[in-house]
Design a protein around this ligand. Structure first.
Ligand code: ADP
Ligand code: ZN
Ligand code: MG
Length: 479
């Protein structure tokens, strides 16, 4: 590779407040159009915005989690532009004194960690949404203002990423941090989390950055990566043929899988930013800030490393467990109740996560609570039920929410560990399979596995497999 890839991301995330940034309107997603609006978020003349304290709290939490320095004195600015989904013809944002500055996110890269620097974190308002009729010949569009005024946090990185792997790591790590701090639901399909990427190439060894292309309309993490890959190839082609890359904004075309010019630098907007006169500056008290700082949860990567160290889990298992904070909390609650981290981890990463996926549930709504899962795991350890039976019981618990002990009793699933009963079963099987018995006695050891299988089948999976093995070997000797 002759060129080094340089990438920076601008992330927009809708904050999880129940009401909007400047008024009391609801922020619930998916309501009928224009049912969550009022004179303030419709930008009627004479109205005044009042800052939602919760939105500020979430912004500060996110900024702290991203290791930013907080501007204790911070202001709002007007970003002026015309678009039909913007009722006031300006967006209230921050341009001059951003809430958070100079932070970083630590990501995994090449087996080690790397810091991706955050230039700033700032708070702004969402615009509404244009709805274009399906009928292509229609000569109108509709506008839905439910989203107008929803609090939006923008997180701007320095151009620190050098590969698609780093971009992917960054997006996932950032999403996890926001989820861990419960400041946004990060649902990309509902637009709660959106990325814009800037990318340039420069000859390896060159200090000066190449001219950047900014990409919009990236609706998923996959789209971000695909668009970047496309741009790397396009820009490589331009540079290889002796041309120069134009500084411009391009749109990702999801269907045709290519980027297209949206506007060049010359056409770039002049937003004529100026201080927002309808809002006073924000003065953040040190006391509030340290209170928020003390409430910060352990971050995903730290937690993942701790899981490896404290519970002796593999890095892979630790990653799966810590991807979702609620799952990690569930795991730790289980371990608190019963110190068997490895087997609890197996249950959660395999069975629990599969059930959640099939049922499209978050773990908080899962019927099998930590106490119940631990109950089941203990039954397996004690040999009360076999592993296959336990899986069956678990599936039942997941749908009925019933207790393991009760299900086992009702269905008669207790593992057969009674020696006499097992001996009876074994003798019956030996009797019915003379050829396998003689194979075994002729030295064909695999015949044992077959016989164990037969006993398990006759017991409908309830026999204790370890005991079956013992009894079989003993009976085969004396047979
Ligand atoms: P502007 O002020 O024009 O919006 P910024 O400096 O805010 O530009 O940068 C916007 C985004 O572009 C940031 O995420 C930044 O990391 C990224 N960026 C800036 N310069 C480059 C470059 N030469 N190559 C790639 N990304 C860049
Ligand atoms: Zn409103
Ligand atoms: Mg910018």
């Amino acid at each position: 590779m002759k060129y080094e890839v340089v990438i920076g991301l601008e992330t927009h995330t809708e904050l999880a407040t129940t009401s909007k940034l400047w008024c009391g309107c609801s922020t619930v997603f998916g309501a009928p159009p224009n049912t969550q609006v009022c004179p303030v978020c419709l930008g009627m003349p004479g109205v005044l915005p009042v800052l939602n304290k919760k939105a500020l709290e979430y912004s500060l939490k996110a900024s702290l989690a991203l290791n930013c320095r907080i501007n204790l004195f911070s202001t709002f600015d007007r970003k002026n532009y015309y678009y039909p989904d913007l009722p006031k013809n300006y967006q209230i944002s921050q341009n001059h004194l951003n809430l958070g500055v100079g932070g970083y996110v630590e990501i995994r890269s090449n087996g080690g960690t790397k810091k991706i620097n955050i230039n700033n974190v700032h708070l702004e308002e969402e615009a509404g949404k244009l709805v274009h009729p399906e009928d292509a010949s229609a000569d109108y569009s509709l506008v839905d203002f439910n989203r107008a005024g929803v609090p939006l946090l923008e997180i701007v990185t320095e151009p620190d990423m050098r590969s698609l792997e780093e971009v992917e790591q960054f997006m996932q790590t950032l999403r996890n941090i926001l989820l861990y701090n419960e400041v946004s639901d990060c649902k990309m399909q509902e637009g709660s989390l959106r990325f814009e990427a800037s990318i340039s190439l420069r000859p390896v060894g060159q200090k000066k950055l190449g001219s950047r292309v900014e990409m919009k309309n990236l609706n998923s993490m996959k789209a971000v990566l695909k668009a970047l890959e496309y741009e790397i190839n396009r820009q490589t082609g331009v540079l290889d043929s002796g041309g120069k890359v134009d500084m411009e904004t391009r749109l990702w075309d999801e269907v045709r899988e290519r980027t297209e010019r949206m506007r060049t630098k010359e056409e770039a907007h002049d937003y004529r930013y100026f201080p927002e006169p309808d809002l006073v500056p924000m003065v953040i008290e040190e006391r509030w800030l340290s209170e928020l700082r003390s409430m910060l949860p352990e971050l995903p990567l730290t937690r993942r490393n701790r899981f490896v160290e404290v519970y002796s889990l593999s890095d892979y298992d630790a990653r799966v467990l810590t991807e979702d904070k609620a799952v990690a909390d569930y795991f730790e609650r289980c371990v608190e109740l019963h110190a068997a981290p490895k087997s609890l981890c197996n249950w959660i990463t395999n069975d629990v996560l599969r059930e959640l996926k099939e049922r499209r549930l978050g773990i908080r709504d899962f019927k099998v609570r930590p106490e119940a899962l631990v109950g089941l795991v203990v039954m397996v350890e004690k040999g009360t039920v076999s592993m296959p039976t336990a899986r069956e019981v678990f599936a039942d618990m997941a749908s009925s929410g019933s207790d393991a002990v009760k299900i086992v009793e009702e269905k008669g699933l207790l593992q057969i560990s009674d020696r006499e009963e097992l001996e009876r079963l074994v003798l019956k099987v030996l009797d019915e399979n003379p050829s396998a018995v003689s194979d075994y006695q002729k030295g064909k050891k695999t015949a044992l596995g077959f016989l164990v299988g037969q006993v398990m089948r006759q017991s409908t999976g309830k026999a204790n497999p370890k005991m079956v093995n013992e009894v079989l070997i003993q009976k085969l000797k004396t047979n």
